[in-house]
Design a protein around this ligand. Structure first.
Ligand SMILES: Cc1ncc(COP(=O)(O)O)c(C=O)c1O
Length: 300
């Protein structure tokens, strides 16, 4: 372990010029009453990092299960006692001019920083459908969280802000709804929730999986994964975005049209409150989603 300013990468590293790498973002939630810090879905994030590395053909030097233990150690060594954000990053650290995935030194780093403020307005976001599309899987593997694949979402976010919106919704190249720039999307029609399938060029979010579980528990009905057309964004009764950074936020407007009655959706707000409470273990449901960093059951 080294202080952050000693963790350096060369300007010649392949990762920088070619975006050859993969990463994760994991939240750790502090519970003052328990005096405990809980990692949220760390095992699932490291399992996705392992899958991303496999897709890219990069070698993950430590098995996913051991990375949860290392992350807990990192947080303990830094005596982190507040909400925190953990950023594992596996990159081509080697310096080779050639563009390729094989035979280049890779390096894994795990950094911890305090959680920034709200990533996106939790009270409701106004979205536009972006002119920037998601890259198809035949160009960039979207189910891998690839460092170099964020130029499209970055352009989409800037375009949305430039046009006075809060966030962008990106379509697939053939015009189906995929996701927002760094979060997944759910729509409600009556008592049915729908979300784009993993085959529609989304990153299959870990929060998305949690939302599917919580929706099924709340409604007794599984959310449907199906293709979604753009015009459905204008006719749904409720819409939400979800992701590690965003958590769960209501979408109140798309392309200037109100979603439902234009107020944040009641089930969306409840999902956000529930997920936060589960993350801090203030709600007894799904303790398997959280790993305590200091206390009992802490991985050695
Ligand atoms: C493109 C993209 N989609 C969706 C998500 C949400 O995924 P998760 O819930 O695993 O954070 C993220 C964030 O990691 C993302 O970068």
């Amino acid at each position: 372990m080294v202080p952050q300013d000693e963790a350096r990468v060369s300007v010649h590293a392949n990762a920088l010029a070619y975006g050859a790498g993969t990463f994760e973002g994991i939240r750790a939630w502090w519970n003052a009453e328990h005096e405990e810090l809980y990692l949220l879905e760390a095992a699932a994030h490291y399992a996705r990092l392992e899958r991303s590395a496999r897709i890219l053909g990069l070698r993950l030097p430590v098995p996913a299960a051991a990375l949860v233990r290392l992350t807990a150690q990192l947080l303990r060594r830094n005596d982190v006692r507040s909400d925190a954000y953990v950023r594992p990053l596996l990159i081509q650290h080697g310096e080779v001019l050639t563009v390729r995935m094989h035979d280049i030194d890779t390096r894994l780093s795990i950094a911890v920083t305090p959680t920034p403020g709200d990533y996106i307005d939790p009270d409701g976001v106004r979205c536009m459908v972006s002119s920037w599309r998601r890259t198809p899987d035949s160009c960039t593997p979207n189910r891998a969280k690839v460092t170099g694949s964020y130029s499209g979402p970055s352009l989409a976010k800037t375009e949305a802000l430039d046009h006075g919106f809060d966030e962008a919704i990106m379509l697939t190249v053939d015009g189906h709804v995929a996701e927002a720039t760094t979060s997944n999307l759910f729509l409600r029609f009556g008592d049915e929730w729908v979300t784009p399938p993993g085959t529609d060029d989304i990153l299959e979010g870990i929060t998305r999986a949690q939302v599917m579980v919580l929706l099924e528990e709340a409604t007794g009905k599984a959310a449907v994964q199906r293709r979604i057309q753009r015009s459905e964004l204008y006719t749904c009764d409720e819409a939400l975005l979800c992701g590690t950074a965003a958590i769960v936020v209501p979408v109140v407007e798309v392309d200037g049209r109100r979603v439902g009655d234009g107020a944040p959706g009641a089930s969306t707000l409840l999902l956000g409150t529930t997920l936060r409470a589960i993350a801090r273990r203030q709600d007894a449901r799904h303790p398997e989603w959280t790993t305590p960093v200091y206390g009992e059951g802490v991985p050695a």
